[in-house]
Design a protein around this ligand. Structure first.
Ligand code: IPM
Ligand code: MN
Length: 355
């Protein structure tokens, strides 16, 4: 088969890690007889520098015309002082919204080979953990009404959290279906003891429960969830939550895996076209040094094969190759604890050798 993939390399380490993922996908193409055509488009700071805006129209059009999108990372100190709506991060929200990507899948699992990197006590993670966070991605406070005004105490700024039944229903369906394919346990996280939007969230999530008899759905308040994630992460299977709670909890979940450089993500909408990116940022401090960990981006490529192209065997081939390289003891600098490490290109070579 032929697949057209838009590449949004972005800023910082983005270009290096996307190049690694491209090389891995090319190897998959060679081995399994697929052709992947890659077309680069500008996004983030580099787009601001060359076109004056973080998300040029050509980028949106290119992504919408592609079969799927692979993104590196955006942002850096150079653009940090720009006003909110001109910042590189704005491009991420823009592309998610333009592509209708209301689902964000963020897996966080403990790799046996990296157990020593987990900051939690050994007995807490004795049996590992494997969590899939289903984060709502195009609604809530990220996209609600915001502004500045004069209030009781003078100048004030506000952002609003608003969820419609439709938005809750469609993300809840994805979460139930995801739980069905895994261990059948869904935890819906909200702040229903305070927020009206959370109360509707909770109600709608439970209305769907009857349609998924093999899924057990429990509610958890977000403050408690933050605590439970470090107290007993193995209790979670699938988590479903709002845009902002999902943003925060997925960073926490990534940290307990001990290796933010390992975690991929998939953003999906109503069709098979998705956007795949590592959950880490652009790491401007190590950009261009060939020491970044490309594994999260490589695994994002594996998620693309699975979720957008339904290429299960090919996707597993990448995941297994990464496992083998880690089991063999190879590490990138972020995982080496001052010891020996492979460069970005070297670890990519090792992964390719194992496919
Ligand atoms: C993420 C990031 C983004 C988000 C920012 C950069 C807009 O933190 O993908 O988690 O909050 O969604
Ligand atoms: Mn985040």
């Amino acid at each position: 088969m032929n697949y057209n993939i838009a590449l949004l390399k972005g800023d910082g380490i983005g270009p290096e890690i996307v190049d690694s993922a491209v090389r891995v996908l090319e190897k998959i193409g060679e081995k399994y007889g697929h052709v992947f055509n890659f077309t680069p488009y500008l996004i983030g700071g580099i787009a601001i520098d060359s076109c004056g805006e973080p998300l040029p129209k050509a980028t949106v059009e290119g992504c919408l015309a592609s079969d799927s999108v692979l993104l590196g990372a955006v942002g850096g100190p150079k653009w940090d002082t720009l006003p909110g709506n001109q910042r590189p991060e704005k491009a991420l929200l823009g592309i998610r919204s333009a592509m209708g990507l209301f689902t964000n899948l963020r897996p966080a699992k403990l790799y046996p080979a990296l157990k020593g990197d987990c900051p939690l006590r050994e007995d807490i993670v004795a049996n590992g953990f494997d969590i899939m966070i289903v984060r709502e991605l195009t609604g809530g406070i990220y996209f609600g009404e915001r502004g500045m005004r004069q209030g009781k105490y003078g100048e004030e700024a506000y952002d609003t959290e608003c969820y419609s039944r439709m938005e809750i229903e469609r993300i809840a369906k994805v979460a139930y279906e995801t739980a069905q394919k895994r261990n059948g346990k869904l935890t819906s996280i909200d702040k229903a003891n305070v927020l009206e939007s959370s109360r509707l969230w909770r109600k709608v999530v439970h209305e769907l429960e009857a349609s998924y008899p093999n899924v057990e759905c429990v509610d958890m308040l977000v403050d408690n969830a933050a605590m439970q994630l470090v107290r007993n992460p193995a209790q979670f299977d699938v988590i479903v939550t709002s845009n902002m709670f999902g943003d925060i909890l997925s960073d926490e979940a990534s940290q307990i895996t001990g290796s933010i450089g390992m975690l991929p993500s998939a953003s999906l909408g109503d069709n098979t076209r998705g956007l795949y990116e590592p959950i880490h940022g652009s790491a401007p401090d190590i950009a261009g040094m060939n020491i970044a960990n490309p594994i999260a981006t490589i695994l994002s490529g594996a998620m693309m094969l699975l979720y957008s192209f339904n290429l299960k065997e090919e996707s597993e081939a990448i995941v297994n190759a990464v496992d083998k390289v880690l089991e063999a003891g190879f590490r990138t600098k972020d995982l080496a604890h001052g010891g020996e490490y492979l460069t970005t290109t070297e670890i990519t070579d090792k992964i390719i050798e194992n496919i």
